[in-house]
Design a protein around this ligand. Structure first.
Ligand SMILES: [Mn+2]
Length: 336
C-alpha cells in the first residue's frame, strides 16, 4: 500500500489533538504488533507534550515482548480515573484490537464513559469507539503508527523505530507474508533502519531465547499432525495434559504454523488447544484459497483472511471434525 492509502484520517488527528492525556490499550495476549503500536503511539504522544499511560490485560507470554511488561499496568489507578472523568482532556486509544472483549474485563470497566479512538487493521470485528481508523490492508498496525509520525512531522528515534519494526516483523512473519503491494512496508523498514534499527537484532529477539521444552512440545504437535485433501488441510492439537506439563509459556504457534505451511500443497492449518476441561482455543492459518477470518467470525472469533482464531466449548474431536468439513467445502466447492 502506498503513502496516500496510509494517510491518517483527519478524525484521528483531531482526536489526538483534542486530548491531553491518553490511556493506551491493546488486545489480550499481546504480540509484537500490539505492543509495538502501543509503545510507538505513546512515544509519539509524549513528543507532542501529552501524557500517556500504557495498559494491557496481558499475559505477556511471548519471549520477545516480556521485557516490556513492567511498562504496562493491568488497570487504571483510581485517582487517575476520577481525574480523567472530571474534565474532557482524557481520551483512550485502543490499538490492534478488533473487539472490546479483547481489552479484558477490568479495563473495559475502567474506560467506560471516556472517549475512545481505535486504530486497527483487522477486517472483521465490532464497531466500537467514537473515532475509528481501520485499515485492513495495512500489514501491521505499527505501519499506521508510522504514518502518524509522518503526518504529524514527528522525528523517529531509534527507541520507537525498534518498537515499530518489531510490530512490522511480527505481523508480516518477518516480511514473508508481504507481496508486491507492500512498498509501504518496505519504505517504512528503510526509514526505521535509517533511524538505527538493526534488522538482525530484531530477528534474533523474535526467534531466539526459546527453551528446549518448547521444541519438544513442537515435535509432539508436528508428529500428530493429520493430513486431509492431500495436505491441503493440516490439523494438529495440544492436549490439556500437555498444557499442564509444558506450560503455556512453552507454546510457539508461530514456528509451528511455519513448519506446517512449508509442507507441499498446504492451504489451511488448524491448531486446537485444550485450555481447560471445558474450553479450547482454535488457531487458523490459510495460504490463498480460504478466508479463515470469515470462518473464525462465524464461530464468534475474528482475525484476518489469512490468520484468525476463536474459542469454543466443543470437545476437541468434535470441533476438529466440524472445521475439516467447513474447510473441505471451501476448498472443493464451486468457484464463485
Ligand atoms: Mn496486528
Amino acid at each position: 500500500m502506498n503513502a496516500v492509502e496510509l494517510r491518517p484520517p483527519q478524525s484521528i488527528l483531531d482526536f489526538i489533538n483534542s486530548h491531553e492525556n491518553f490511556f493506551i490499550l491493546g488486545h489480550n495476549e499481546p504480540d509484537g504488533d500490539c505492543l509495538g503500536s502501543q509503545l510507538g503511539v505513546s512515544i509519539l504522544l509524549e513528543k507532542l507534550g501529552k501524557t500517556t499511560t500504557l495498559l494491557s490485560p496481558g499475559p505477556f507470554r511471548r519471549p520477545e515482548i516480556q521485557e516490556y511488561e513492567p511498562l504496562f499496568s493491568e488497570r487504571i489507578a483510581e485517582a487517575a480515573l476520577s481525574e480523567a472523568r472530571k474534565g474532557n482532556k482524557s481520551g483512550v486509544l485502543i490499538m490492534d484490537c478488533s473487539t472490546m472483549e479483547r481489552i479484558g474485563e477490568g479495563l473495559k470497566e475502567d474506560i467506560t464513559g471516556l472517549p475512545i479512538g481505535v486504530i486497527d487493521h483487522h477486517a472483521s470485528g465490532e464497531n466500537f469507539g467514537e473515532v475509528r481508523w481501520i485499515l485492513p490492508k495495512a500489514p501491521a498496525v505499527t505501519l499506521m503508527v508510522y504514518s502518524l509520525y509522518k503526518a504529524m512531522a514527528i522525528e523517529l528515534d531509534k527507541r520507537e523505530a525498534e518498537h515499530l519494526f518489531l510490530g512490522l516483523s511480527t505481523d508480516t512473519g518477518y516480511f514473508r507474508h508481504l507481496d508486491e503491494t507492500a512498498q509501504g512496508a518496505f519504505s517504512m523498514a528503510d526509514s526505521l533502519v535509517k533511524a538505527g534499527v538493526s534488522p538482525k537484532k530484531i530477528f534474533q529477539k523474535m526467534n531466539g531465547n526459546r527453551t528446549l521444552e518448547s521444541r519438544v512440545l513442537l515435535g509432539k504437535l508436528l508428529a500428530r499432525t493429520e493430513s486431509h485433501l492431500e495436505n491441503q488441510i493440516l490439523v494438529t492439537w495440544e492436549t490439556l495434559d500437555e498444557k499442564k506439563s509444558f506450560g503455556p509459556e512453552n507454546r510457539d504457534s508461530d514456528i509451528l504454523y511455519r513448519q506446517l505451511q512449508s509442507i507441499k500443497n498446504s492451504e489451511v492449518i488448524i491448531l486446537v488447544r485444550e485450555e481447560s476441561e471445558g474450553s479450547r482455543s482454535v488457531g487458523l492459518r490459510s495460504r490463498d484459497k480460504v478466508d479463515v477470518g470469515a470462518i473464525a467470525a462465524s464461530k464468534g472469533g475474528g482475525g484476518h483472511p489469512r490468520a484468525a482464531g476463536f474459542n469454543t466449548e466443543k470437545p476437541l474431536q468434535e470441533i476438529i471434525a466440524e472445521l475439516i468439513e467447513i474447510v473441505t467445502k471451501k476448498i472443493t466447492g464451486p468457484i464463485i
